[in-house]
Design a protein around this ligand. Structure first.
Ligand SMILES: [Zn+2]
Length: 59
């Protein structure tokens, strides 16, 4: 069975894991209805994005 000859260094392991962390979504208040929404996403409450209605909401 092929096996690694040398263990990777802590530095090398860290460099690989540098891309593994999860970032929390950027949440902002919707300019239309002030409900919290993710940036660069259509608001799920009022259906607005960039001051234009993207989809109709029930009510
Ligand atoms: Zn909204």
């Amino acid at each position: 069975m092929p096996n690694p000859k040398r263990r990777h260094s802590k530095s090398r392991r860290g460099k690989r894991r540098a891309h593994d962390f999860i970032v929390a979504p950027l949440v902002m208040a919707c300019p239309q209805c002030k409900a919290p929404k993710e940036q660069h996403r259509v608001c799920s409450k009022c259906g607005y994005y960039n001051e234009t209605q993207v989809f109709e909401t029930e009510e």
